[in-house]
Design a protein around this ligand. Sequence first.
Ligand code: KG4
Ligand code: ZN
Length: 432
Amino acid sequence: MIILGIDTSCDDTSVAIVEADKRGYQRGLAQIKFNILSSIISSQVKIHAQYGGVYPFLAKREHQKNLPVVFEKALKRAKISVKEIDFIALTVGPGLEPCLGVGVNFVKELAKELKLPIIPVNHIEAHIFANFVGNVKCQMSNVKTLLPAICLVVSGGHTQLILMKNFGEYKILGETRDDAAGECLDKVARILGLGYPGGPAIEKKSKIKNRVSIYGNEGEEEFEEDKSSSHPFAVARENEVLFAHKKSKIKIKLPRPMIYQKNYDFSFSGLKTAVLYQYQKSKTEFPFMETRGKKSSKRINPLLTPSLSLGRMKFSSPIKNKKYKQAMAAEVQQAVIDVLIYKTLKATKEFKAKSIILGGGVAANEELRRQFKVQSSLPTGRPTKFKVNFFVPPKKFCTDNAAMVGITAFFHYLKGESRNWQKIFVNANLRI
Ligand code: KG4
Ligand code: ZN
């Protein structure tokens, strides 16, 4: 069965061709095989970088321009013709309304012309199901050891903690009251002048030199069969990464918003504000903080080393500036990680969950993955006192992609949930 997956919910125009083998399911063997024949993503990062965030109407224009091209490319890469497609999987929400609309209009035309059914997909659910990518065999019989699960979807637009009782049966336990975690990292990166998107920029800045990637070559991992486990979800590999803040002499302490509150909600806008205040304060104390390049370096008096001070006024070299930003990046990343892990483990304990499932762009963060893996495997870890399974998609499939949309749709297709094009609408505020 060939599925065409499409996602235009934010700033990535994504099309994928997913092959799903449902024969196993029908035979009752409960084995589903997914094969990602192509997954093409046209990123608008360069366009939105100047705004430090996604500009919806610019994104819409880019989707309109790119979607037909990306679609053709996905077919070509998968070596299939449109006639071979069995159904279309499309993200209808949540997301940016003008962007979702481009996908909906495109798919309606296509479905009308090719007489194909459509499965509308919830973007948040798709981030959870991205965990099926990278596993060729999905043993549905293992559901008993998988569910109930606590899912943490953490991206640029969303931060939600979800109880998954069964496939398709969810309860939102908590969510962000203001900024999403990824949004916070994007804004902090902007304050620190680290570029966009902020999450990867902050991650990079947080690491010391010569680090070794804990996930090795992504390309290798991407479609690798998970032989170590018959579980349907990909398992992150444990390894060591050294981070700058552990070695840094610059001590910065940021708040962990709402961490000990008796709910599963989050708040990240205060964290961003704390960074802003501390950064502005540091600029007064270190007036040459922003010096860069030949022109500005002339302002630095070589006699004034970082150890010299005039009253409360301290002077800094560009090197110190770099170290300060490094320490700040590492601390803000850790603050986000602490809150996410603490609340997720708390929910795991309360709901006696057997698994923790991560998804969304921020789940690509190596330190978040590593700490989650360590914490969830601690038999006496806090606050959970039992071992849980931990699953996270291959890094490449944490951020927006259409393969996850195709995979999600397949489970709905099996339940007979397809619709015709007249019944497909955008729902920018769709809830899981
Ligand atoms: O899931 P996604 O691609 O789009 C939304 O649905 O929002 O997530 C994008 C977000 C951005 O905020 C980006 O900064 C963040 O995910 N992100 C990361 C990393 N890669 C992307 N955050 C932390 N570490 C990363 N490696
Ligand atoms: Zn997303």
